[in-house]
Every structure is written in C-alpha cells, then in structure tokens.
Ligand binder design. Sequence first.
Ligand code: SF4
Length: 358
Amino acid sequence: MADNLLALKPLTRSTRLWMPKRVLFTPAALEEPWGQQILERVSALDLPVEELPQNRLTGLRGEDERATYDIAKHTLAVVTAPPSAFKLSPIPPSADWQFHLAQGCPAHCQYCYLAGSLQGPPVIRVFANLPQILANLAAYERPGDATTFEVSCYTDPLGIEHLTGSLAECIRYFGTSQDGYLRWVSKFDAVDDLLDLPHNGHTRCRISVNAASVAGRYEGGTAPVASRLQSLRRLALPRSRGGGEYPVGLVVAPIMPIEDWPEHYGRLLDEISEALDFDCDLTFELISHRFTPGSKEVLLNWYPKTSLDMDEASRTVKRNKFGGTKYVYDSNTMKTLRNFFEHEIAQRFPQARILYWT
Ligand code: SF4
C-alpha cells in the first residue's frame, strides 16, 4: 500500500470476513473446476464442508421463519446455476443486463432488496459453473457499443469474495471484453485482492452508502461506512499510488427523509469528498427507499422488531407495467430529496455524473 495513502487517512477497521457455519456442495457443483476451486478456498479456511447426496437443497428450514433465516444466513451452498441463468434480463436503470455469480447475501439489512425477490430460505448460493455463465455473456454484447452488465442484483459479490474468488474472475473476464462493462456494488470492504487485477477500465466498482444513523441502525453485518469509503478510495487511486485505478461509483441507498436528513446526508457527502480527494472517474446513483407488499411481509418475518418505516398510509403507490405495486415517498418529498442531492453533489463533485435518481 502506498505510504501517501496511509499518510492521508488512517485506515479504518476492516470488517471481519463472513465465515459460514456450514458449506454445502451439490454433486454437480463438485464436478465443476470452479466448484473445486471454491472447495480449496473453504477447505483452506477450515470451514466444515458437506457433500449433499443430490443437487437439490433441502432440510434448511427451522421451526419458524426467524429460525429458518438464522440457519440460511449461516449457510453457504455451492450449486450450479440453473438453465434460466443463461437467459439474461435487462436491469434498468442500473445496466443493460444482469447476471449472477451467486444468490443471497450474508449481511442483515432490515430493508434488504432481496426480500421478496428470491424464493425459499435466504441461503447464500454461489454458482460453481461461473466460467459457463461468463462465456454466455458475449452473446448479449452489442458490437461496437458499450454494453453494461450488473452482477450485484441478487448478492453482495464482495461479501463472499474470500470464499469464491468469483468477482475477481468476472473482473478479469471483462478486462478482455471488447464492448462489455461490468458493474458491481457492495457494503463490504475487503478489496485487497482486487487492486492488481487487469480490469482494463471495464469494471466500475461501486460502494453502497447511507447516512450514519441509517447504516448504523439498519445495515447489520456490513462494513462500517467509513471502511467502505476507504476501500473505494483504494479502488479508485491510481496504480502509482497503490490503488486499483478503477472507475468507481457511489450508490446512495436507500435514501430516507429521517429527522434532520439534510444534515445527515450532507455529512455523508462530506465524508465521501474527503475519501475521494483526487481526480477519478466517479458516478452517483441515488435510490429512495421503497417497499412492496411482498418485501414488507418477508422483512417483518426476518426483522419483527424493525423500526424501519413501512407505513403504506404515508406513501404513494406506484404500479409497474406488470401490475406490481410499490410504495414510494410522495412527489413533494421525492422532489425535495432529489434537489438536495443534485445540488450538493454538483457542489462537491463537479466532475461526477449522476446516473439516475429513483
Ligand atoms: S448488503 Fe444488500 S443484499 Fe446484502 S443484506 Fe444488505 S441490502 Fe440485502
């Protein structure tokens, strides 16, 4: 690490890496060379490994939803991605396409975006057939036109990277891609193994952040925001200063109009500005809090005592073209929040692009 990096700011505490209590392998996953690579990693960490008799995951339910949640969040299952994983879906406004190296996340965010999106217990499933998943992506690139691929829709890829190596493999793949660009986002901070990868500017690393009071209250099991920002700094710094020289981004989410929110979010933007006090290719994505009837039900099962505001009466209903319903803030609140962020970001980061507000 560069001396000048240390001199500028002492490194904040790195979060303890997530270690599952059980690692399950399906027979099909063990047949995959990438599955064997994961087996070597988890064996080197002395994690208890079990080979399942069949390719289905069963027996992971507890006595109630909360017990099932606890079992699942301590379990890593190495499986092969089903055929449906090879038919990609668009993911506006974040990217052209989404693909998955895993499904499930070891953190405990009380507003988790995965609630209601994934079926069954929230076991962390990682895919042993990653090389095939990557080889399939070329067919989705638009020749001669930058095509973006988001890999963090169903997992936090950095939170499990020490167990899989899969994010690094994706970065290497896109480093050789003609028109494909990778995007990932995380609330973790262990980026050491990513800094020297040959990314060729084809990966944008983003860190998800929030006001300290929101992160502290609702983002269990994640790295502290200050550590995330130091990791983003290292990813963005030029190689000559010990960094990864990646294009980077901040995802500010979920934005909530908590008491004194301009002060809290203003402080967050100041902290970002301190961490990124050098020229870099920087984007912002701004996402206000929302929930659906399905996600609310799942979240209240997982976190029955949450103080998260999910009161339908104080929200506006938004319907999508498939008939789905979500609850968002009313248009005045949205407008006020949006204006604040656009103004404050322009003041502090005149070179940055805001990709979207939603
Ligand atoms: S880091 Fe993201 S995916 Fe993981 S628990 Fe939090 S919101 Fe869910």
